[in-house]
Design a protein around this ligand. Structure first.
Ligand SMILES: [Zn+2]
Ligand SMILES: [Zn+2]
Length: 259
């Protein structure tokens, strides 16, 4: 059975722990890091759970225990009243060989991509619920400071870079190579044409209705299926996810065959 990694991105709530980036807050930037990390871990042969937004810490720890996680990984970013404060921090139940082994695998991978090449910190912090509660060994990550400009500009909001490095560190800990793609083993799923599905269009003819033969324009970029219904081989699209299904928000019609 594959090792199960339980990723628990922060759950402080919408607009809590606002970061320096406009309209951003801790949960908004930690979840993409967890998702990228999960993708790489799955490609490398792990089972992975990313805790849902709706789950509080207790629910997450119970799920981690029930599913027999081999490693529990809360993913956070730090805050300080001093805007210059910045470092990587990993917290553990105790300072012992067992936890140093996890730190020694994970920390160097994050240090390698952290601007300024600062040394990460190891803290014993047994009082934190999501450190002392899970049965699995836990590495509680504070991946830089959302109150620091360097970290917000060059680190925290690059989930591909940070999530991949975290996955690499976890792979190192378990002694397995990081795989970057599941291409050899995955059969692509049949395309879905349901309501809200994002479609990438390139110079695609756009029609005013389902029957006209003349295109009104051509569109390029990401659009969303407005209702997922096919009428005369055409489908309605809209230009933002938020406008899906809303009256008066149809950008136009495209041929289903052009998707
Ligand atoms: Zn942010
Ligand atoms: Zn946090």
């Amino acid at each position: 059975m594959a090792n199960l990694i339980y990723l628990s991105p922060s759950n402080h709530g919408k607009n809590s722990n606002k970061c320096l980036k406009e309209n951003c807050y801790e949960d908004k930037h930690t979840r993409p890091i967890a998702e990228v990390c999960a993708r790489y871990l799955k490609a490398s042969g792990f089972d992975v759970i990313v805790a849902k937004e709706s789950q509080n810490m207790a629910a997450r720890c119970s799920e981690s225990d029930a599913r027999g996680a081999a490693l529990h990984v809360p993913i956070h970013t730090n805050a300080s009243s001093s805007p210059s404060a910045r470092y990587l921090l990993f917290m553990f139940y105790k300072d012992s060989d067992v936890y140093r082994k996890i730190y020694n695998a994970v920390a160097p991978r994050l240090e390698a991509i952290y601007p300024g090449n600062l040394k990460a910190q190891f803290w014993k912090r047994a009082t934190l619920y999501e450190i002392n509660r899970p049965k699995a060994k836990t590495i509680y990550c504070e991946l830089g400071f959302h109150t620091n400009k360097t970290d917000t500009d060059k680190f925290i909001h690059d989930p591909e870079m940070v999530g991949k490095a975290l996955a690499q560190g976890i792979c190192d800990y378990f002694g397995v190579p990081l795989k970057t793609s599941t291409a050899e083993t995955t059969i692509p799923a049949a395309p879905s044409y349901s309501k809200g599905t994002a479609v990438k269009l390139k110079n695609t003819p756009l029609y005013a209705n389902s029957t006209t033969k003349t295109a009104a324009a051509r569109v390029t970029g990401t659009y969303y299926l407005w209702d997922g219904k096919v009428v005369s081989s055409r489908m309605r699209i809209t230009n933002s996810k938020a406008r899906v299904g809303l009256k008066g928000q149809v950008t136009g019609w495209i041929n289903k065959a052009d998707i």
